[in-house]
Design a protein around this ligand. Sequence first.
Ligand SMILES: [Zn+2]
Length: 185
Amino acid sequence: MFLSTYVSNCVSKNFKVLSYSYLFENILKDDNIWFSSDEIICPDCKKYEILSKRVDDLNENEQIEFNKSKEHIQNFTKQYKFYIKVKEAIANGQYSTDTILIVQDFSQIRVQKGDFYQDLILTYYYYENNEFKHQFKHFISNDKNDNFNVIHTWGKLLKTDDLLNKMKQIIIFSDGCIFSTLCLL
Ligand SMILES: [Zn+2]
């Protein structure tokens, strides 16, 4: 798949097509993908993992906590299926072109030892000119866990982003914090 895309790109631009082995052994071999080391684990998923191991031996409070975390896992599955459904419908042009799907996520960028900066990542999925398109947007804060930056970014985007201004329906997937963000705008 990657190779055929590469070859057709080369042909369309009149570039020399490199051989498979040359491409992988000499061009791509030094590419490194870096993963963030500070993985943030969802507290509800973690709770479910711990409590589900001793389901027959829970006290009253733990039972309540267990039920809550189980519901969280079930909701996650439901929401994930809904997300895939919406994304596929947009990808296939089944929604009108004035509907956009936005996925909000966060990462941290480590600049120097101990210095973390919040990275708010928004991915836009939309359908335009008979094509499924996506855009990644990164908004880096000069702090970590910077709610003000998230609120400000959304406020500015909703007022000034040309693509969003064309949309009649914006479907947003995020963790819980998006609701407090949008309420404050
Ligand atoms: Zn979770």
